[in-house]
Design a binder for this molecule. Sequence first.
Ligand SMILES: [Zn+2]
Ligand SMILES: [Zn+2]
Length: 236
Amino acid sequence: MSLLFKRRQQHGSRINGSFVINVEGESASSGGGRRTPSSSWGKLVLDLYPPGTSLRNLTCGYCHVEQPPRAKHCHDCDRCVLQFDHHCVWLGTCVGQKNHCKFWWYICEESALCIWTLIMYIDYLTNVAKPWWKNAIIILLLVVLVISMIFVLLLLLFHSYLILTNQSTYELVRRKRIPYMRNIPERVHPFSRGIKRNLHNVCCGNHTLDSLPTAFELEDRARPYTCLDMLKCRCC
Ligand SMILES: [Zn+2]
Ligand SMILES: [Zn+2]
């Protein structure tokens, strides 16, 4: 039995072969108020969690709807967002399940625009004769442009990583505060189905609700890579 599994047993138990994660410190298997799902949505949400999870702990205190895994209430938009990534103050909306791909293309276009503008600036600076004060203004603008370009490129790299591993910014940053994530080792991406499928799901609009993986699936994903895994393209 691996160290990973032993450590996680301190925080949960097995029911019917599935690992039960304690939600907000309450043992799901203790029967601490497991409610009968009042709607088909509630039943659907409950099926995404390990058996024994209580719906009481999954209900948003603001919208009063049951949240599937990866959903979070956004206080700016005043609604629950599926696969919540972050609330973008520049766009004035949330980035979530259905627009993460569009957001990636947006920052990709921004990066291309920054690089193109930088090339034009350098070309103008070196090939066109002009007074010194014009050169000074161009260099000043160039510095601002380079700083913006570095920021946008890093953002692009970061979101590429998130998409390839099927994570969200919220899950990455607040991992320790999300009840069903806090006991999972950091190197394990619980919702990743391999690079190809992660890309396909995000780019081709295959939006499904992610269920929490079982302990066996988590153990399998935590397994170190071997040469055979590399040959078999296990990461894909
Ligand atoms: Zn809500
Ligand atoms: Zn929002």
